[in-house]
Design a protein around this ligand. Structure first.
Ligand code: UN1
Length: 518
């Protein structure tokens, strides 16, 4: 792939500058001491903490040497925490919310360095944590159970909700902190304690957020062990998967990971919440407002450099508007500034690592071999920095939905397919193994409603892209996406167990279903 001559002349920060930025964040959030205890020179023992901005390793982070001890601490804190009234538990999450708001810019800066998100999206990720904390504080007074009419006189039938125990949270690199917050804020008000195993690629943001959670606990007099952290590789994650004290394992990552984790937790009758891959499509009908559609499509497909699980990967356009839609996307893509994500005006930051780049190149080659016409996808800034992987987002016109189109490649590739009849478009939307997010662009109410009925995904949008969900709804998807739901709505129910209670206050002993016994 060749350099794009239109790429703006750019300078990337040096590794030393980025290191200084990271240390400043730990200083600002008041965690310099705890970070210093874990951060070492690059090349030392532990997890390499890198940045996709330059591809450099900035630090080595000490791994958790005794995962069992962290899980034990969380298990021991559970009886105290579950006995704490839910609104008082909410106070801890409320304090965390205040700290996140205070350090919003600093944390976003760390997200940018560690995963390469542009500043606005990094701020959005921190905002998502703040939003879910606010939601959870309200929830702490709304863990409602139902009462149900009993068939027997003098009997009351009701449901009560109880904490589960330790919740294990495994998160992916692309939302290094928001997904932890979705799970943790809700689990904590539900009375569970949490042990977090972040992606190996994002130990720095994890250290920072964990330090704030511990501080919030101290500030409100809660046991700090309610929010534990495990830093390490797969072996550490495996301990969380297999430990019988972990009542619920919430795991975000690849379908391959979910296939391993799901059955292992199920084998010990633990509960899982899986948030796996997506292969999200948007349909553009002849009745679409194209100005609106193109803006939404460009953000959903190229934003976050195509590295959201909700990224738009397939565009299913009516044949009558396909030419115009593709041209408008391609011309919008040409104006996206690609480069240092911390610089104002940049819209597309780097891919996370070389493997992601190789996967993108491989997918584009396969698509071309399948008869696809590839537009864009070139590497940028390689002359400036060989170890960082900046790419132009690609649009690929495909003759059909081939195997590569049905595969999730975690990179900014938008496959374009055309359709004649809406049923055919909805069938294409559904004809992939994953079922996370989907969208239709139309001003025709009937088309919109048919899509809401027909899409088999967990998220079905109208005149909105596939990504950028608000936390107020339940987030998650069907089929190979894993079926889990987290964040808002009644997703909290996964973090609690339901007890059905029948209370007899009658002084008689009538049996249900009219049974007579002696
Ligand atoms: C993810 O990519 O794992 O809906 C989560 C969105 C974000 C969350 C994405 N609110 O795009």
């Amino acid at each position: 792939m060749t350099e794009n001559p239109n790429a703006p002349a750019a300078r990337l920060p040096t590794a030393d500058e980025l290191r200084t930025r990271v240390l400043r964040v730990f200083d600002v959030i008041g965690a310099a001491g705890s970070a210093a205890a874990r951060l070492g020179e690059p090349g030392g023992q532990g997890l390499p903490a890198g940045t996709p901005i330059t591809g450099d390793v900035l630090f080595t982070v000490a791994q958790t040497d005794d995962a069992d001890c962290v899980i034990s601490d969380a298990a021991q804190a559970f009886p105290v925490w579950r006995a704490t009234p839910a609104p008082v538990r909410g106070a801890l999450v409320g304090r965390l919310c205040e700290l996140l708001r205070t350090y919003r810019n600093a944390l976003a800066g760390l997200v940018t360095v560690e995963v390469g998100k542009i500043t606005s999206e990094a701020l959005g990720e921190v905002q998502e944590m703040i939003d879910v904390c606010q939601f959870a504080v309200g929830l702490s007074r709304q863990l409602y159970g139902r009462t149900i009419a009993s068939e027997r006189p003098g009997h009351r039938l009701l449901e009560t909700w109880h904490p589960l125990g330790v919740v294990g949270v495994i998160t992916a690199f692309n939302f290094p902190v928001a997904v932890w917050a979705w799970n943790t804020a809700v689990a904590l008000v539900c009375g569970d304690t949490v042990v977090w195993k972040p992606s190996e690629l994002t130990p720095l943001t994890a250290l920072a957020c964990h330090a704030l959670a511990v501080r919030a606990a101290h500030d409100v007099g809660a046991p700090p062990q309610v929010a534990g952290l495990l830093l390490g590789g797969r072996d550490v994650g495996a301990q969380l998967v297999d430990d019988p004290r972990v009542a619920l394992l919430s795991a975000t990552g690849s379908v391959r990971m979910g296939r391993q984790v799901g059955p292992r937790v199920a084998a010990r009758f633990g509960r899982v919440l899986l948030e796996l891959g997506g292969n999200n499509a948007a349909i553009v009908t002849p009745a679409a407002d194209l100005d609106l559609a193109v803006r939404a499509i460009v953000f959903a497909a190229a934003g976050t450099c195509g590295q959201r699980c909700t990224t738009l990967r397939r565009l299913i356009v009516h044949h009558s508007v396909a030419e115009e839609v593709v041209q408008r996307i391609v011309s919008a893509y040409r104006q996206l500034r690609i480069g240092d994500p911390s610089q104002q005006g940049t819209l597309v930051g780097p891919l996370i690592h070389e493997r992601a780049y190789r996967d993108m190149v491989g997918a584009l080659q396969q698509a071309a071999a399948d008869g696809g016409e590839v537009i864009g996808g070139e590497r940028h800034l390689a002359g400036l920095c060989e170890s960082a992987y900046y790419v132009a987002p690609a649009v690929v016109r495909m003759p059909a939905q081939t195997a590569i189109v049905a595969t999730e490649t975690f990179a900014p590739i938008l496959y374009v397919l055309t359709y004649h009849d809406l049923d055919e478009a909805i069938a294409l939307n559904n004809a992939v193994p994953q079922g996370l997010s989907s969208a239709i662009f139309t001003t025709d109410l009937r088309e919109a409603e048919r899509f809401i009925d027909g899409s088999d995904c967990g998220i079905v949008n109208v005149n909105i892209g596939t990504s950028g969900a608000e936390i107020g709804g339940a987030f998650g998807g069907e089929k190979h996406t894993g079926g889990g739901r987290e964040a808002g709505s009644d997703a909290w129910k996964t973090y609690m167990r339901r007890a059905t209670n029948t209370i007899n206050y009658s002084g008689e002993m009538p049996l249900a279903q009219g049974v007579q016994f002696g």
